[in-house]
Write a protein that binds this ligand. Structure first.
Ligand code: ZN
Length: 200
């Protein structure tokens, strides 16, 4: 896996596509979605083999898990925090934030691959090109061997994420942002879009 510092970077850069600037709480929730899949390291302590669907990089790294967690997170966020933020934009944000975890893992040069299609296909997958240095599991391993991994992530993840954030700000400042409604629909809906709220 990339380090725990790097997965949230994807959510932060993706949040730049929101037309209405996200709150700190929404950023934290998105960041949490990017790291939640690695809770499956607990499988090691329960004796579950790596290759098992419930093992590390198994079901919690699947696209189905990303979809379900993302939809649930979007529903909960609207229900308890921002009922006026469009569900589609929240769901897109949370689903992609969660899915980004497995995608980044599949670019690393260690481990056993990612179970993208569990429970339909238990095979583990890597991308053909794997430039990211895998990070050791656990804090002690990180302080001993984690720095080369972090350096590799700065180049292969943080830098592209910065570019993505710039694209997001440009796109979201225009009329048809990806994670919000258009100014035309804002007028039709009486000013309840992301853009409307941002301008307040
Ligand atoms: Zn992982």
């Amino acid at each position: 896996m990339p380090t725990i510092f790097t997965h949230p970077v994807v959510a932060l850069s993706g949040s730049c596509f929101f037309r209405r600037r996200p709150s700190i709480g929404l950023l934290v929730a998105g960041a949490a979605c990017t790291v939640l899949p690695d809770l499956d390291v607990a499988a090691f302590y329960f004796g579950i083999p790596y290759e098992h669907p419930l093992g590390h990089r198994g079901v919690t790294h699947s696209l189905l898990f990303a979809l379900l967690l993302g939809l649930a997170a979007a529903w909960l966020w609207r229900r308890f925090f921002e009922p006026r933020r469009p569900f589609a934009s929240l769901a897109t944000f949370f689903v992609l934030a969660t899915a980004s975890h497995g995608i980044l893992d599949a670019f690393t040069n260690g481990g056993r691959g990612v179970g993208f299609f569990i429970p339909f296909d238990n095979a583990r997958y890597f991308f053909p090109w794997r430039p990211i240095q895998v990070s050791p599991i656990g804090a002690s391993g990180f302080f001993e061997r984690g720095w080369p991994a972090l350096a590799s992530e700065l180049w292969w993840v943080w830098l592209p994420a910065l570019g993505l954030a710039c694209v997001g700000r440009i796109v979201s400042s225009r009329r048809t942002g990806l994670l919000g409604t258009t100014s035309a629909s804002r007028k039709r809906s009486g000013g309840t879009s992301d853009l409307a709220s941002r301008s307040k």
